[in-house]
Every structure is written in structure tokens, then in C-alpha cells.
Design a protein around this ligand. Structure first.
Ligand code: BGC
Length: 757
């Protein structure tokens, strides 16, 4: 099978929801679940999303305390423009009735086209052939296309095609006691604000959210290649009904252009500008024509794959798995500085469309080393919400600095559960770390001057206020009452990951403030004035960094995850039934947190990110200690363990982790892919190849220490670094590094400097 293709050979109703996620299409702005044009009744979860388009409502707490997050924000299912219903005489085409004679659905990762072809026999014995193609264009963020071609196979007779916009929108996939899903809204959240019909082809509707006041315009244009009687339809579905006298063996083709345009300006009334944009986009797409649009998409993706593709020779399933993951990351990532990448991309309502630290620690490296301009947009989003982070810091009684919200769309904290939400202060350091990586890989001084240094200062300030020099710890700087990445150990003192990453945040802020001062005195003074930066502040940050407390257990020779971790009993893994995982769905958080048990990589993540600050022997001991305690109940875990296993020389283990994560969504391994993809894990698999097997580390230069699993003949990847494009190919016998751009560079291969020119 072509390993650029994801193929579904049989239709199985019970897999419909998962497949809707897998076959979702998107372009970072617009996302559409892979539901069928004709629908599947309540068995389907229709979903069309615009990144950052949400409704908000007060969070209802039983007991509410000071500075709890006020409002939730939930991405919305928008009007469904995909709808095309077919009637053959008086029979409605549906996969839930009649007989499916053949069926195939194919997602072509190279061209970005989703195809469905099937033959179906109606209960009365009429047979049709159906070919449907769908695209969400990367080149025109508002535009998606469907080509719907049907051929009567054994009859002449009347057909009716209804192509429109379905405005009866279901919002929720809420489940009790599963925090990974979204929450319900009571009442209607989208109000119809505008509708218009033009000729026999164009429909335009606009909906407005009740609370946030956002407007989503959705438009369609139908082009039918057969003579038809046309009638407008205006109820829950708004569109046109075409009566066609079909002839046996003669295909009828309907091309449908769909556009979505959002306005986030709550004051604009009505959404005149958005409607105009939608009309212009429809016209422009129609003028370009189907073939040109398909070619645009193919060229865009060819360019993407040219630097992003990863080759794995000798394992088709994993090859397909990683390509699928990278394809979805591109589909999910916001590219406008205002939006980011949601934990579930634009494929479902899981986690309510929120952005987390997943972006900075997991997703960003993939874009940084393949499409650096996208990683800049992701970081500019953090700058865009910096004021919200400042406000959050004040709400949390920090007089200075900024505290990024744990989960949010517009930057305001939306986590209703502070122990695993707001308490994860490490997000500040994660953002700072991403900036460090970005600057190292791009040398983008403009970004640092306009945004980067300001974020570093504000996050550094926060640490100084969140922590203290504690006398009983020898005056060392301690950060108490936080939660680290591992959400099973809540509200701990001195989470090692947090302290280590905060130290890095402080050090980098000191370094970059002094750089700015020298590099651009005017920019420095402007910043110092804007944020009232005192000369003494960097000295205070340096002191906190130097005195940062990092727990250590001399007896075991390991770094405890936090102050209390080693004083707890080990979770009784032997008597925990397999179906009690993930633990978060079976035990109160207090039960779990009383034991040594981890949901995900925590200290080990710091040891990977800050790789040159630890001895190998330390990492080996820590890995051996934490691995048996980790359930990997979070999909963010396995990739990190795999990378570290590769670094520590256990290639078999690294391979097992990689194999587990590379097909996590394709094989629905966490059982919840129906609610959306796991974007962080997908990016983790890219890291598994590049940082894991490729052993790439980047900090003041690039180095590689490649290994290769016994199962593979070769693997290859490319990375962009400081304006260069490098290609690596690793086989069991050799590593070849090629410089694909002109300017020479020195890298280290297995510790030895190599000059590439
Ligand atoms: C993980 C977090 C992650 C979130 C969103 C949770 O299950 O524990 O680390 O940020 O999912 O992906």
C-alpha cells in the first residue's frame, strides 16, 4: 500500500466517530471533521471549526474561591456547509440503509485530497456509483471544496440533490467525569444573524455568538454540470434542491465551494465586512476553478513535505503513521499570530479548543526546524496575550510579572480545576524555553527586540515573586505550591522540572536583557520604560537562578520529582486492574497523589530539554527509577521516554515507545480519538525521530548522535537551522549529512566537528 495514503476499506458504523477525526481536514484556520456529506444521523458528530472561534460562559463552581478562573471558553461547531443529500426517486441515500456494494475512503497526504468512492444499492434495488473529493485549502484559509460525482448504474430516472448549509448545529460531546472532553452550554450559543440566497447557486448565512459577539459567515456556491430544476430551501438547511433527470451510466457532478469567515470584532454589526470577504473568496475560488485549486493545494503540500517529510525505510506502518501525524500538525496550526494550536487541533471538541504548554514544548520544535516562520507566529501569539498574562498575575496577587494561563483561547485562564490548571506555573518557563530555542535556531533579533525579551522579563519577574529564599533550605530559592507537568502529583513543593526550567527562564532573561542593552540601546530603553524595568532586577534574577533549589536524594542518587515524592508509598500497580487506566477516570485525584505514580514525563522531560546540565549516569538512574512508576496516562509521555531511551543507548526501548506513539491516533490507542487528535503526541513522534534516533541537540550549534532501530533499513529527515537546510540519512552502517543550502556550517556528529559546505 502507498505509504502516503490513509485508507479505510470497509465502512463500520462503530468506528465512524474515530474516523471522522482521522479524516478531518484543516488549514490552521478552518477545520472540518471527516463526516459524510449525507450525514449519519446521531451516529456522527458534525464539526466545522474556526481556530479561536469560541463562546464563553461563567464557570459554575459549587464553592468558588478568590481568583478562580471566571469563564470557560469553548470552540464551537459552526454551520455545516458540507451537507449534500441525495434522493433517488423517493429513496434517500444513506449508509445506514440499502446495501453497500463497495466502499473506500482515502486520504492522500501528498496532495491533501480526501476521496470517498462507493457503490450503493437502494432498498428498491437502484444502484449508484459515488465519488466524492474534499479539500480544505492551505492556500486560501477561508475556502474548502467538494466535488460530488454520482452515476446511476442500473436505472434512468429522477434524482434530487440538496446542497446547502445545515444550521441545526449540535455543540457537545460532553461526558460526565471525563475532564478531557468539553463542557456543555445551556441554551443556544449561535444566533442566526443573516441569510441570503443568490440565483440558483449561492447561499450565505451569518451566525453570531451570544456572549463573545463573534460572527461566523458561512457561504456556499454550487455548480452543477447537468440540467436541473432548482428550488431554494429555507429551513434548518438553507440551500438549493436540484431535480435532475438522470441517465444510466451518465455521471452528474456537483462542485461545491464552501467559505467560512470569522469576525472577532464584537462591535461590528452586522457582519458586513465578513460577508463581503466571504463573497469575494467564493468568487475568487470559482474563477480559479477546480483544477487550479487542486494544483495549488498539491504545490503547497509539496513544498511542506520537501522539508518536513520523514522517511522510514523498512516499516510501512510507522512511515505512514508519522506522515499522518505531520500532516495533521500542519492542518491544525494557527498561522496568524492571534491563534495557536489546540490540543486536539481543529478536529473535535475535546479540551474545548484550548491551547496549552503542548505548543511550546511539543509542537513548536517541529515547525521551528522545518517551517520557522510558523513557529514565530506561535510565539507571537504568546506576545499577543502577554497583557492577559499580566492581568492573571495580578489576580493571583503577584505585583509584578506575567503568568500565562494554563489553558485558554484568548489568554484568560479557563481551567476550572486549579490543582492541574493554574498551579502549572511551569508554563511560563516553557514559553521562555521555546523563545530560547527559537532564537538559537533562527537568530531572529527583530523578534527578540519586539517581543521576546519582554516576555522573558515578565516571566522571570513572576518567578521571583512566586518563590522565596528559604532559610531552612540554606537560603536556597524554592518554589512551593505548584504542579509540575505530571498531573498526578498535585500542589507540590519544589517540583524539580519547574525549578530547573524556571532557573533557565531566569538565566536566559538575564542574558537577553544584557544583549539588548548592547545590541540596541534605544530598544532597551524603550522596553525598560514600558515595563518599568529596574537596573537591579536582572541581578535579582541571577541570584535566584544561582540559588535555585533542585531536590536531590543522595541515598538513591536520584532527583526526586518534588520534595514529598519519595516519602510516599509506591502505587500498588500489581493490584490495579488494566481497565483502571487511565487512573484519572477511576480514582479521585487525592487518592492518586498520595502515591508515587506519574501520569507523564516530568523530571525526565527536564533532563531531555536541559540535556547538557546532567551527567549520563544521573539520567540513567532517574530513568530507571521513574519509568516503572509512570502510567503514560497522558499521551504527552511516551515520546519523551522514547527520546531519552535513545539518548541512553536503549534503542529497542526507544523503538517500542516510538512505535506506540507514531500510530496512537491511527489506532485509537487512548480510546478517545473520537474527540480529536492528540497534537502534542503527534509532534512528539517527530521529536522521537529527530531528537530521539537522530540524537539532534541544538543549543549554540547543532549536534547529532544517530542510532537506528534494528527493524529499519534507513531513516532520513531534514532540518532548518540558522538559514541552512540540512538533510540527514541514517543507515545501520553510516550517517550522511548533506547541506542543501549554500552557506557553510559546522555541526558535531557523534561528538566530532564536521564542516559542511
Ligand atoms: C496532560 C497535559 C496536557 C493536556 C492537553 C493532559 O492530559 O496531562 O500535560 O497539557 O492533557 O493535552
Amino acid at each position: 500500500m502507498d505509504n502516503w495514503q490513509i485508507v479505510e476499506q470497509d465502512f463500520r458504523l462503530e468506528e465512524a466517530l474515530v474516523n471522522e477525526t482521522l479524516f478531518a481536514l484543516g488549514n490552521g484556520y478552518l477545520g472540518m471533521r471527516g463526516t459524510f456529506e449525507e450525514g449519519l444521523g446521531p451516529a456522527a458528530l458534525e464539526g466545522v471549526y474556526i481556530n479561536g472561534f469560541y463562546e464563553s460562559a461563567p464557570i459554575i463552581y459549587g464553592e468558588k474561591f478568590q481568583a478562580f478562573a471566571e469563564n470557560k471558553q469553548t470552540i464551537l461547531n459552526l454551520a455545516n456547509a458540507k451537507l449534500i443529500r441525495l434522493r433517488i426517486g423517493d429513496e434517500e441515500f444513506s449508509l445506514l440503509s440499502g446495501k453497500l456494494l463497495s466502499y473506500q475512503r482515502l486520504l492522500d497526504l501528498r496532495t491533501g485530497v480526501l476521496r470517498r468512492s462507493l457503490q450503493w444499492e437502494s432498498p428498491q434495488g437502484k444502484q449508484i456509483q459515488l465519488e466524492v473529493e474534499r479539500l480544505v485549502l492551505h492556500t486560501r484559509r477561508h475556502v474548502a471544496l467538494i466535488r460530488y460525482r454520482l452515476t446511476p448504474l442500473n436505472f434512468d430516472g429522477p434524482l434530487t440533490l440538496l446542497s446547502g448549509i445545515d444550521c441545526a448545529i449540535r455543540q457537545s460531546e460532553h461526558a460526565e467525569n471525563d475532564p478531557r472532553l468539553g463542557t456543555n452550554f445551556s441554551g443556544k450559543v449561535l444566533r442566526l444573524q443573516h441569510k441570503s440566497f443568490l440565483g440558483q447557486a449561492v447561499v450565505m448565512v451569518a451566525h453570531r455568538t451570544v456572549t463573545t459577539g463573534f460572527t461566523a459567515v458561512c457561504g456556499i456556491r454550487n455548480v452543477l454540470d447537468a440540467p436541473a430544476a432548482c428550488q431554494a430551501v429555507d429551513n434548518d438547511v438553507m440551500g438549493f434542491k436540484y431535480q435532475i433527470a438522470a441517465r444510466c451510466g451518465q455521471p452528474v457532478t456537483l462542485d461545491k465551494i464552501m467559505v467560512y469567515v470569522a469576525s472577532f470584532d464584537a462591535k461590528a454589526e452586522p457582519a458586513v465586512a465578513s460577508i463581503q470577504t466571504a463573497e469575494d473568496e467564493l468568487d475568487a475560488a470559482a474563477a480559479a476553478g477546480w483544477s487550479a485549486l487542486v494544483a495549488e493545494q498539491r504545490d503547497y503540500l509539496a513544498d511542506f513535505w520537501d522539508s518536513a517529510d520523514i522517511l522510514i525505510e523498512g516499516d510501512d506502518a510507522l512511515q505512514r503513521g508519522i506522515r499522518f501525524n505531520l500532516f495533521h500538525l500542519l492542518q491544525a496550526v494557527g498561522r496568524d499570530e492571534r491563534t495557536n494550536i489546540a490540543a486536539k487541533g481543529l478536529t473535535g471538541l475535546g479540551y474545548e479548543g484550548h491551547y496549552f504548554w503542548d505548543t511550546e514544548v511539543y509542537v513548536l520544535p517541529f515547525f521551528l526546524y522545518t517551517r520557522p516562520e510558523i513557529s514565530r507566529d506561535l510565539l507571537r501569539y504568546r506576545y499577543h496575550i502577554l497583557d492577559k498574562a499580566r492581568q492573571r498575575a495580578r489576580q493571583m496577587s503577584h505585583p509584578r510579572g506575567a503568568l500565562y494561563s494554563w489553558r485558554s483561547i484568548n489568554g484568560e485562564e479557563c481551567s476550572a480545576n486549579f490543582p492541574t490548571g493554574t498551579a502549572q506555573y511551569h508554563i511560563n518557563a516553557d514559553v521562555a524555553f521555546a523563545i530560547r530555542r527559537y532564537y538559537d535556531a533562527t537568530g531572529d533579533a527583530d523578534f527578540m527586540k519586539s517581543c521576546g525579551v519582554e516576555i522573558l522579563c515578565e516571566t522571570a519577574r513572576l518567578w521571583l515573586d512566586a518563590g522565596d529564599f528559604i532559610p531552612s533550605r540554606g537560603g536556597q530559592f524554592c518554589i512551593n505550591g505548584v504542579t509540575g507537568p505530571d498531573e498526578y502529583q498535585i500542589l507540590v513543593n519544589n517540583n524539580a522540572y519547574t525549578n530547573l526550567m524556571a532557573r533557565e527562564n531566569l538565566r536566559f532573561a538575564v542574558q537577553m536583557v544584557s544583549w539588548l542593552r548592547q545590541a540596541d540601546a534605544a530598544a532597551y530603553h524603550a522596553l525598560a520604560e514600558k515595563i518599568a524595568l529596574q537596573d537591579a532586577e536582572p541581578d535579582a534574577w541571577r541570584e535566584a537562578a544561582e540559588k535555585m533549589y533542585v531536590p536531590y536524594d543522595a541515598e538513591r542518587g536520584i532527583i526526586p520529582q518534588d520534595d514529598a515524592f519519595l516519602s510516599k508509598a509506591v502505587w500498588d500497580f500489581a493490584h490495579t486492574p488494566r481497565d483502571h487506566y487511565p487512573l484519572l477516570l477511576h480514582y479521585h485525584p487525592l487518592i492518586v497523589t498520595r502515591y508515587q505514580v506519574c501520569k507523564q514525563a516530568d523530571l525526565l522531560l527536564a533532563e531531555f530539554l536541559l540535556h547538557d546540565q546532567f551527567e549520563r549516569a544521573q539520567k540513567l538512574r532517574d530513568f530507571a527509577y521513574y519509568e516503572p512508576l509512570t502510567t503514560h496516562d497522558s499521551s504527552l509521555s511516551g515520546a519523551i521516554f522514547g527520546i531519552l531511551a535513545a539518548e541512553l543507548g536503549d534503542v529497542d526501548k526507544a523503538y517500542r515507545y516510538f512505535a506506540e506513539t507514531a500510530t496512537l491516533d491511527l489506532e485509537n490507542k487512548h480510546g478517545n480519538t473520537r474527540a480529536g487528535i492528540h497534537a502534542a503526541n503527534m509532534a512528539g513522534t517527530w521529536q522521537g525521530i529527530v531528537f530521539g534516533f537522530g540524537g539532534m541537540r541544538a543549543h549554540d550549534g547543532l549536534s547529532f548522535n544517530p542510532t537506528i532501530p534494528a527493524q529499519w533499513r534507513a531513516y532520513a529527515f531534514k532540518v532548518r537551522y540558522r538559514g541552512r537546510l540540512l538533510a540527514l540519512r541514517v543507515t545501520p552502517d553510516e550517517t550522511r549529512i548533506e547541506l542543501l543550502s549554500s552557506e557553510a556550517i559546522e555541526v558535531r556528529l557523534n561528538g566530532v566537528p564536521v564542516r559542511l559546505d
